[in-house]
Design a protein around this ligand. Structure first.
Ligand code: OKP
Ligand code: ZN
Length: 351
């Protein structure tokens, strides 16, 4: 046995060039090197560990209908009107004068976009489609019962995108698409987001749902993206009250304290919820050398986190989110996934 991995090479055709960070134009951190680093590291481990596959071309409808239809229309517009290397950054974000957006007009992108780091070009839609397709292929495989664990190298990431909005390098919410696919089968789903940033999009999607429990461990939004949410007081609403958990950890967090929050808060809540499936939104920007995140986890720590989550008795889908130290990202993903795979006995215990 080995861990099934889903990835499509077209995910590499999208090249965001820069982002605006507090007024400065910086090189975009969400590069294709990230995916290449992961893919290379998984491949190097060999067939006993990872079974590299490509998703089928059949998920577009499911992905687009997971969101409001005008979101995919907007990305389609971008693929039609933007030529070559041209990239669109909205210049108007009509927060309090929300009129009637026309998603066939690229100038209206600011209605849907919530930050200055998430550009559109003519390859965005294709790459985001394949990223979410990888997530859905992993989900289908786990739902079929053929594997208790699968991983999607979902790049671009997804956890900041919501039903009708995009941002934080995310266009479609891969975890939400995966969860909705399982909900259709009548399942209860838990999503744990271990990216350094709060998974605001995923939280939004299921904020009022009693069928999806969401938990996110992240850096303090007072000082870190996405700034406006991710606080412990956000616990869900209506039927979803008590079904969302936000855990803030301080800058410099090391494994001991990370595991304390995981084992002391997030995991007990997941167990109480009793899900049929677990989705892990796996960002590795919690790494000590990450250029964006401010935690201090080390490569070997991910193995422990993987074991801890892998010991939970639920069929599990792991989706890639952030992680921007391209040099060590592949090794960190291998560390996490082998920890999980060994705990689930999908791969042999020996790294
Ligand atoms: C996406 B994911 C850094 C600016 C940060 C947005 C961060 C998006 C993170 N200079 N801009 O990894 O959660
Ligand atoms: Zn992140």
């Amino acid at each position: 046995m080995s861990i099934p991995v889903f990835f499509h090479p077209a995910q590499l055709e999208f090249h965001p060039k820069y982002e605006w960070a507090l007024g400065n134009r910086i090189k975009h951190p969400e590069t294709t090197k990230r995916a290449e680093s992961i893919y290379r590291a998984l491949k190097k481990m060999g067939r006993d560990y990872f079974d590299l596959r490509t998703p089928e071309d059949k998920y577009t409808h499911a992905i687009h209908s997971c969101h409001s239809p005008r979101l995919s229309t907007l990305y389609h517009t971008a693929s039609q009107v933007l030529e070559g290397e041209n990239t669109f950054y909205p210049s108007v974000f009509p927060q309090r004068m929300r009129g009637d957006p026309d998603p066939t007009n690229i100038k209206h992108a600011g209605f849907f976009c919530f930050d200055s780091g998430t550009p559109l070009n003519n390859k965005t839609l294709m790459a985001a489609n394949w990223s979410a397709s990888s997530a859905l292929a992993a989900t289908d495989l786990v739902a079929s019962g053929k594997s208790t664990l699968a991983y999607a190298l979902s790049r671009p990431p997804g956890h900041h995108a919501s039903v009708d909005s995009y941002g934080g390098y995310c266009y479609f919410n891969n975890a939400a698409c995966a969860a909705k696919r399982l909900l259709k089968k009548g399942a209860r789903v838990a999503i744990i987001d271990i990216d350094f940033h709060h998974g605001n999009g995923t939280q939004d999607f299921f904020y009022q749902s009693s069928k999806v429990f969401t938990a996110s461990l992240h850096g303090d939004p007072t000082h870190h993206f996405p700034y406006f949410c991710g606080y412990p007081r956000e616990t869900g609403k209506g039927a979803g009250l008590g079904m969302n958990m936000n855990i803030i950890l301080p800058d410099g967090t090391i494994l001991k304290n990370y595991l304390k929050a995981l084992k002391g808060q997030a995991i007990p809540a997941i167990k109480r919820f009793c899900p049929d499936y677990l989705i892990i939104a796996a960002g590795l920007d919690t790494y000590k050398l990450d250029p964006i995140g401010s935690f201090a986890l080390e490569t070997a720590d991910y193995h422990k986190i993987g074991e801890t989550l892998g010991r939970l008795p639920y069929p599990t889908i792991v989706l890639q989110e952030g992680g921007y130290h391209t040099g060590d990202l592949g090794a960190n993903v291998v560390s996490l996934l082998t920890g999980m795979g060994m705990a689930k006995k999908v791969i042999k215990a020996r790294a």
